[in-house]
Design a protein around this ligand. Structure first.
Ligand SMILES: [Fe+2]
Ligand SMILES: [Fe+2]
Length: 150
C-alpha cells in the first residue's frame, strides 16, 4: 500500500530552532525542509527522499564537524560521534528501503523528527554560541518572532 503519512506529526520550521549563528540556522532550515519532504513521500518515492536526506546530512554534519575541528571546540567528540551514528543508520536504512522495507524507512524518519530538537538544543546550540563568541565576543541574542529565514 502506498501511504504517504505513516508518521502522524508534521515537522515544520519554527523560530524555536533559531540558534543565532546563520550558517547553522540556514542548514537547520534545510534539514526541516528535507525531512518534511520525506514525511510526504510515497513508498515509491521513499528511497529517493532518503537519498536526498543523506546528501543534506553529509553537508550539514561536515560543516559542523569542520567548525568544531577548526576551532578546537572542546566537547566536539560526542557531537561528531552523534553525527556519525545518524549517518550510519541512514545508510543502513536506505539499503533496506531499496529492498522494500518501507516501514523501517518510516521509523527512521520519525526518529529524526524526535532527534533534531534535542540535538539542536543540547549540542548544536553550544556550538553556535561558541562560534558567535569567537566572531563577536558574546553569546548570540535571538529575538524569536516567527521569522522565516528564507
Ligand atoms: Fe545541526
Ligand atoms: Fe550537530
Amino acid at each position: 500500500m502506498n501511504s504517504p503519512h505513516t508518521t502522524t506529526e508534521d515537522f515544520e520550521w519554527t523560530d524555536k530552532f533559531i540558534l543565532g549563528y546563520r550558517p547553522m540556522d540556514d542548514m537547520h532550515q534545510e534539514f526541516v525542509e528535507v525531512v518534511s519532504k520525506m514525511l510526504q513521500a510515497s513508498d515509491k518515492e521513499l528511497a529517493g527522499a532518503l537519498d536526498e536526506f543523506a546528501q543534506h546530512a553529509k553537508v550539514h554534519f561536515d560543516l559542523e564537524n569542520q567548525l568544531m575541528e577548526e576551532t578546537q571546540f572542546p566537547p566536539r567528540d560526542c557531537h561528531i560521534d552523534e553525527h556519525a551514528a545518524v549517518m550510519k543508520s541512514v545508510t543502513e536504512v536506505i539499503a533496506l528501503v531499496r529492498e522494500g522495507q518501507f516501514e523501517i524507512g518510516r521509523s527512521l524518519i520519525a526518529e529524526l523528527v524526535h532527534w533534531f530538537p534535542s540535538h539542536t538544543d543540547h549540542l548544536d546550540s553550544a556550538l553556535a554560541h561558541w562560534m558567535c563568541k569567537r566572531s563577536l565576543g558574546g553569546k548570540p541574542v535571538v529575538l524569536r518572532r516567527n521569522l522565516k529565514l528564507r
